[in-house]
Design a protein. Structure first.
Length: 427
């Protein structure tokens, strides 16, 4: 069955086709293909752990290549770049049908949902054919080089510089907190190309190779034992000028578009992610699970906490759904994604606090009691603050909502319109 589809332009991209396969027909076709092509989840295998094995990247590249060969990769990306040219509803149907199967989830963030989304909107035709198609097909993995030791929340204050030299750029500086960079092939790197312009107007976005003789990458070991983050050092890294995304010195515009997709992905509203994170047993551990595991599920105070967190989780789900629909229709501006981002920071942190409080000592001492997840509660708590930092701090999200959505007066900035080389840094 085919249904007529009117061209719709949205924050998710442009879906232009005279006829689209109906969601239900697509679901039936996807169900049959998944059954015959994708490996089933193994009940004995650990999923969604705090440590990512290097072998997973090899496996997930191959799974992405399978999706691409089968016509189920990049469902919401245009066909001319290797996608399927379908709608978020089709992607939702595929995600639901793929729940019992292993999926290339590691490639969702940041390669597909963030970097590829930005390139679709801001990249040149040649860049989209090479990097976007490469990411969708599984031939490439993309990451982002944004934060620096001296500029996390103040991204526009970055110091990594790129100097034009004929048909190339020469890059020197340092980046940090680059998620999964060690597994990536290329990165979208925000650099400073004009030191005489105010800090927001002297930046450029350049695609750079992650592994090069002129750069050094090292992984950062976190308190929970994970090492997904990396830091990078560039010494005269030479890249072609054709790798510039957008216009020179207009990198802030490009970077803001990339941050829009990051907030959307972190907030749970990206149309470019495929598959659903699996845990042992097939579902996410809840506050109620922890309460039962420690024998507090009949305690009235505990039941109130469980009810309160369940209500917050429901609110978060509905906010993500409402904002996604609003941005798709144009009712809400792109910056409304900050509301999703804020919910995804504050509500999971509240959940983590309750779970640790209920688990108590067993979050530290338990080994395998309750299928091992009580101890994981304690381990995951070590990274509790990450939810309010990745993709921009909660304070930044609140500023975005107040200034760009509610149109309240902007916060005072002492370095606004000041040439960057004159801005005081450090002491």
């Amino acid at each position: 069955m085919l249904v007529t589809n009117i061209a719709v332009t949205s924050e998710f991209g442009e879906f232009m086709s005279d006829q689209l396969e109906s969601v239900e027909d697509f679901r039936i076709r996807a169900r049959a293909w998944l059954s015959g092509n994708m490996p089933k989840l193994d009940p004995a295998k650990e999923y969604n752990t705090n440590r990512v094995a290097d072998r997973e990247w090899v496996e997930h590249r191959e799974l992405q290549k399978k999706l691409f060969a089968g016509g189920f990769a990049g469902i919401c990306f245009p066909k001319e770049y290797g996608g399927q040219g379908l709608t978020p509803a089709h992607q939702t149907a595929f995600t639901e049908e793929s729940a019992p199967y292993e999926m290339p989830l590691r490639l969702n963030v940041p390669s597909l949902s963030i970097c590829s989304g930005m390139l679709l909107d801001m990249g040149s035709e040649e860049q989209k054919q090479k990097y976007l198609r490469g990411a969708i097909s599984g031939e490439m993995i993309l990451c982002q080089f944004l934060s620096e030791p001296s500029g996390g929340s103040d991204l526009a204050g970055l110091l990594t510089r790129a100097q034009r030299d004929g048909d190339t750029y020469v890059i020197n500086g340092q980046k940090c907190w680059s998620t999964f960079a060690y597994a990536a092939d290329y990165a979208t790197c925000l650099v400073r190309t004009d030191w005489d312009a105010p800090k927001h107007r002297g930046l450029s976005m350049i695609i750079v190779p992650v592994h090069d003789d002129a750069s050094h990458l090292q992984r950062v070991r976190m308190s929970d034992g994970s090492d997904e983050f990396c830091e990078e050092f560039f010494t005269d890294l030479v890249v072609p000028a054709e790798n510039l995304v957008g216009a020179e010195n207009d990198g802030w515009t490009v970077g803001q578009r990339q941050l829009f997709y990051e907030r959307q992905a972190v907030g749970g509203g990206s149309p470019y992610v495929s598959g659903r994170q699996a845990t042992r047993g097939g579902s996410e551990v809840t506050v109620a699970d922890v309460a039962r595991a420690v024998g507090k599920d009949q305690d009235s105070a505990t039941r109130e906490l469980v009810g309160w967190q369940t209500a917050l989780d429901t609110v978060m789900h509905q906010v993500v759904k409402r904002i996604t629909i609003g941005m798709t229709s144009g009712e809400y501006p792109a910056m409304a994604s900050s509301m999703m981002r804020l919910c995804h920071a504050e509500i999971p942190q509240n959940r983590m606090d309750i779970m640790l409080d209920l688990a108590g000592d067993e979050a530290v001492t338990s080994a395998e009691h309750g299928d091992g997840y009580l101890r994981n509660v304690g381990i995951q708590y070590l990274m509790r603050q990450g939810a309010s930092l990745g993709g921009g701090s909660s304070e930044m999200s609140r500023n975005m909502v107040s200034e760009r959505v509610l149109m309240m007066p902007r916060e005072m900035a002492a370095d606004r319109d000041v040439p960057f080389r004159e801005v005081r840094r450090g002491r």
